[in-house]
Design a protein around this ligand. Structure first.
Ligand code: NAI
Length: 328
């Protein structure tokens, strides 16, 4: 059987952690033949560490055959030791009366420390997925704090936006959601993201032609996908957790095991593609290979409407990045 791989998860006692860890341990992320060792990080706070102990008890009680070890940590320098995968879920939420600058600063501190820890102790091939918000900017901070690791190994989660878009399109045009190909989401994981179905197809038929309604695209579809997180908070009283965990599984699985030539959306550092300045962590269409590499899909035509959407989400990201520059 295969040698176990190490999977670090931060914020492991949070809501997304609770929806995520059991699926990783059951083999849904890295394959039903891949044993895993979970290295779980929570803040040192006693309540959080106790909650983490409870989650570990439940993981034990599942008797997952692929779960080769579980560790609880309060320090990223031990949590990330030799880790092959790191899912950075824990982040500082926006508290009452908290200014945007305070939020950015609190998260800059967390992701600077975690980037440095990854740089010091993780596997040199570690694959990092940042889920904690603001996800793109947090990924950028971690990447900048880990100069000895390849920048391309730092990614942010846009997959929930991608999956939300797929589901809205399937409902609108009445097709099976699993049949859609060549969908993507550009930009920031925020309401400014640009879900782009101009290239999407279902069984060889163009989704754009099936829908043929630019007014719906601009005024219904994009706002629905962009504000879906807020709609879930309004309905559930809590932010999306199971769907976020599911997207994290999709993102990591496709990155690790390959997408068979299909497009998936990942937030990755730009190399200058589509005029996005190099280093900005931006949602792009990518294809992934079975040896764990991804490649940004190049040469797509960007029409005037799309350019306007991309400019808007890019401007927001540049604003966030400028807001943390002095902290790096
Ligand atoms: P939560 O508040 O239930 O759990 C977060 C956990 O992280 C808490 O247990 C907290 O103690 C822990 N934590 C905080 N700082 C930490 C640190 N420095 N090191 C280790 N652990 C730390 O939140 P939930 O619902 O699990 O969400 C987590 C994050 O994911 C939030 O930032 C949320 O905004 C974000 N998110 C991102 C999505 C995306 O699509 N990129 C979708 C949904 C949520």
């Amino acid at each position: 059987s295969k040698k176990p791989v190490r999977v670090a998860v931060t914020g492991a006692a949070g809501q997304i952690g609770y929806a995520l860890l059991f699926r990783i341990a059951s083999g849904e992320m890295l394959g039903k033949d891949q044993p895993v060792i979970l290295q779980l990080l929570e803040i040192p706070d006693e309540k959080a560490q106790n909650a983490l102990k409870g989650v570990i008890m439940e993981l034990e009680d599942c008797a997952f055959p692929l779960l080769a070890g579980i560790e609880a940590h309060a320090d990223p320098l031990t949590a990330f030791k030799d880790t092959d995968y790191a899912l950075l879920v824990g982040a500082r939420p926006r508290g009452p009366g908290m200014e945007r600058a305070d939020l950015l600063a609190a998260n800059a501190q967390i992701f600077t420390a975690q980037g440095k820890a990854l740089n010091a102790v993780a596997s040199r091939n570690v694959k990092v997925l940042v889920v904690g918000n603001p996800a793109n900017t947090n990924a950028y901070i971690a990447m900048k704090s880990a100069p000895d690791l390849p920048a391309k190994n730092f990614t942010a989660m846009l997959r929930l936006d991608h999956n939300r878009a797929a589901s809205q399109l399937a409902a609108k045009a009445n097709f099976a959601v699993g049949d859609i190909k060549q969908l993507t989401v550009w930009g920031n994981h925020s309401p400014t993201m640009y879900a782009d179905y101009r290239f999407a197809s279902v069984n060889g038929k163009s989704v754009k032609d099936m829908i043929n309604d630019q007014e719906w695209n601009a005024n219904v579809f994009l706002p629905t996908v962009g504000k879906r997180g807020a709609a879930i908070i309004a309905a559930r009283g809590l932010s999306s957790a199971a769907s976020a965990a599911n997207a994290a599984i999709d993102h990591m699985r496709d990155w690790a095991l390959g997408s068979n030539g299909e497009w998936v959306t990942m937030g990755v550092p730009s190399n200058g593609e589509y005029g996005i300045p190099a280093g900005i962590v931006f949602g792009f269409p990518v294809t992934t290979t079975a040896d764990g590499e991804y490649k940004i899909v190049e040469g797509l035509e960007i029409d005037a409407f799309s350019q306007e959407c991309i400019n808007k989400t890019l401007a927001e990201l540049q604003g966030e990045q400028d807001g943390v520059k002095h902290l790096l």
